[in-house]
Write a protein that binds this ligand. Structure first.
Ligand code: ZN
Length: 444
């Protein structure tokens, strides 16, 4: 070979080269350090300094470690670094200071309420952790939090730029915090998923929920086997797969109440489409699982059931939300779970039965005491009371009016103000500009 290296004809040398390629990824911590130095001289910004500095050290160490031990995963770390660095730069250059300050109030409020009560030995973060929001990418519904498997000192949450003038959709933030905590509280996922799975199996066994057995032949698709589930195992697999998203929704309810569902409906709608995934499994086999977001129709039912479980005081709002759900949902009798984006039905399940299972799931998610949470349930750690709803309601009118003191009353927390945004928007959409402006500027 004249132009090319013949060593790269061997697949192991080729792979080695690819790894070397990854290892060359380099980032400069200096730009962020400059900004931190400036921030240190600005009293109003100083409160983040310690935490941000801590995270800089984390990146420094993590890059060294990944370069040595896991170069093929470096690009994931770089993506996180880019977002962290955006968060720092956005804060300290004042580009979108107003939005981030408001978002910070919300996430700090919600983190503190929940985490402060979880036995700290089970939490991967420090007890006084301050989460960080940045203005990110992806369009109106692209709220997300960062990969939990990187052992970060705190949460980094994406607030889409496009949602800056849509503050009522920030009701997605508690849900994202839910994802973060789900990954950060060690063992929470397995314990909650086991509880959900057990309850669903029992429900099918006892005839509370009727789910048919599933037997899907993969032979025409090149795998000489079938995917088989008993009804109980199928319902268990469904809710275990949906557990993370579902508990994120519950985190919204226990912080902001029914307003969360009003915001959620704008994002997910009411449809009955379901997705099933096939992935390569061990020994050349395939693994199958549901797409992690519950089918929208069922997710509406889950949230409404959850709100009702938080107490009789929420009945009125829950009824109104349910009325909207009933009016706008499709007339479909079944949920068809399809493979990926194909039209191949993997399973067809009566939607009414899934709605029944959503009621049971809400009970487990909100009321089941969990060992990792110090033998408490989600709603025992933090809940949304009738008084909370009254506070939210009291903010709606001043918020629509653009009253700069709207959130300064005694006992008003950022989460109450957040809940009020979507109710103010419901009342009079013509005021959306005032709602956005007032919320972002005057959320104290
Ligand atoms: Zn989610």
């Amino acid at each position: 070979m004249k132009h090319l290296n013949s060593l790269l004809l061997k697949s192991d040398t080729w792979k080695e080269m690819l790894v070397d390629n990854q290892r060359m990824v380099s980032v400069s911590l200096s730009e962020v350090e400059q900004v931190l130095r400036l921030a240190r001289m600005t009293p109003g910004l100083a409160k983040y300094e310690k935490a941000l500095h801590q995270l800089s050290i984390f990146f420094d160490k993590a890059f060294a470690l990944y370069r040595k031990e896991a170069p093929d995963e470096l690009s994931e770390l770089v993506a996180l670094w880019e977002r962290y660095s955006a968060a720092v730069l956005q804060r300290y250059t004042g580009v979108i200071a107003v939005e981030l300050r408001a978002a910070d109030h919300i996430v700090s409020n919600i983190f503190a309420r929940f985490l402060a009560q979880v036995p700290n030995q089970n939490v991967a973060y420090a007890a006084d952790v301050i989460p960080l929001v940045y203005g990110g990418e992806g369009g109106l519904s692209a709220y997300f939090t960062h990969p939990p498997d990187l052992d970060r000192p705190f949460a980094i949450i994406n607030l889409p730029h496009s949602a800056f003038a849509n503050v009522w959709q920030w009701l997605a933030l508690p849900h994202e915090i839910g994802h973060d905590l789900y990954a950060t509280i060690k063992g929470l996922d397995t314990e909650l998923e086991t509880a959900l799975g057990d309850r669903m199996r029992k429900a099918v066994q006892d005839g509370e929920v009727k789910i048919p057995d599933i037997d899907f032949d993969l032979t025409p698709y090149g795998h000489g086997r079938s995917i088989k589930y008993s009804g109980g195992d199928f319902l268990a697999a469904l809710w275990k797969g949906w557990a993370n998203e579902s508990q994120g929704d519950m985190m919204g309810l226990i912080n902001c109440g029914g307003a969360t569902i009003v915001g959620l409906q704008q994002i997910i709608g009411f449809g009955t489409g379901g997705m099933w995934r096939l992935r390569p499994g061990p020994d050349g086999g395939v693994r199958d699982e549901p797409e992690p977001h519950p089918v929208s129709y069922v997710r509406n039912a889950l949230n409404i059931a959850g709100l009702r479980l938080l107490g009789q005081g929420h009945k009125e709002l829950a009824d109104e939300i349910e009325e909207r759900f009933t009016a706008l949902r499709p007339a479909d009798t079944h949920v068809a779970f399809r493979f990926g984006r194909t039209r191949v039905d993997f399973a067809r399940i009566e939607v009414g039965e899934l709605v029944k299972s959503a009621q049971l799931a809400a009970e487990i998610l909100l009321k089941q005491p969990l060992k990792v949470l110090g033998d408490k349930s989600y709603s025992q750690l933090a809940t949304f009371t009738e008084e909370d709803q009254q506070k939210v309601d009291s903010l709606v009118e001043p918020l629509s009016r653009g009253d700069s003191t709207f959130a300064s009353g005694a006992g008003i927390e950022a989460r109450h103000a957040l809940g009020a945004t979507v109710l103010a928007f419901e009342r009079d959409r013509a005021n959306s500009h005032a709602i956005n402006r007032c919320f972002k500027h005057f959320l104290v």
